[in-house]
Design a protein around this ligand. Structure first.
Ligand code: 6PG
Length: 237
């Protein structure tokens, strides 16, 4: 399956469209299996997507009590630290309404602040579903996704689902899902904006296979929501 790429003028329009697609897939998952799971990404681009999901008109599409919320990666900080992916997502989900529907979901955050990261990884592995229905991923300027950085030993991990890593992006200590979890997800949705990512996105989507060097290529068979800048080096579509 080839990548499905959609290109938007700006981040607000990217966010609205991505949120709509995500909600449609969650509706379908609930219809087919009675419940749905989504794993969230950190970084800046996904935040307006979370806001759009939890506001009218999209919020009314699903029974939030049937949704389980996971994370693809987490920085090793407390949940109240401004760098926490959990904290940032919760803030975005509640940006307009403290009673936003997310409070009805089953929320599974990575306990990345645990003094023993190995225990935290094992705990999270036991919580993750076999196949995440909707996996959201960001892209870094170096081509990383989740907290899988280029050349990281985590890229060669084939049995574990969650591992601790030390990456070049601050804060360095992180927990991340492994390639296997990305490959096993029912749907991968990539959200990326900004010129700085354009070259790695081109390499991921149009260059030779080399996910160890370009981790976001793991999501090649997915739906990519890009702004004009992030898509600027792709061959004309
Ligand atoms: C993190 C991430 C990371 C992020 C990308 C893009 O916790 O840092 O999950 O993979 O999604 O670095 O971040 P931006 O959207 O801020 O560029």
């Amino acid at each position: 399956m080839a990548a499905q790429v959609q290109i938007f003028e700006d981040v607000p329009s990217l966010a609205r469209s991505a949120a709509q697609t995500i909600m449609q897939h969650l509706v379908a998952a609930i219809q087919e299996r009675g419940s749905a799971s989504i794993a969230l990404a950190g970084g800046t681009t996904p935040m307006p997507v979370y806001s759009a999901m939890s506001e009218a008109p999209l919020a009314a599409l699903i029974d939030w009590g049937k949704l389980s919320l996971f994370w693809g990666d987490e920085r090793c900080v407390s949940k109240t630290d401004p760098a926490s992916n959990f904290g940032a997502a919760m803030k975005a989900f509640r940006s307009h309404d403290r009673n936003a529907p997310v409070h009805r979901t089953r929320i599974f955050r990575m306990h990345a602040e645990h003094e023993n990261r190995e225990i935290a990884c094992r705990e999270y592995e036991s919580l993750l579903p076999a196949k995440i229905d909707v996996l959201l991923l960001g892209v870094g300027e170096d081509g990383h996704t989740a907290s899988l950085f280029p050349g990281s030993p985590a890229m060669r991990e084939s049995t574990r689902k969650v591992v601790a890593v030390i990456g070049p992006k601050p804060p360095p200590h992180r927990l991340t899902i492994t390639p296997k979890v990305i490959e096993d997800a029912r749907l991968r949705i990539v959200l990326a904006s900004g010129q700085g990512k354009a070259e790695r996105i081109r390499a991921a989507l149009e260059g030779p296979a080399n996910a160890v060097a370009i981790p976001c290529q793991l999501a090649k068979e997915g739906q990519w929501f890009l702004d004009r800048s992030a898509a600027s080096m792709l061959a004309k579509r």
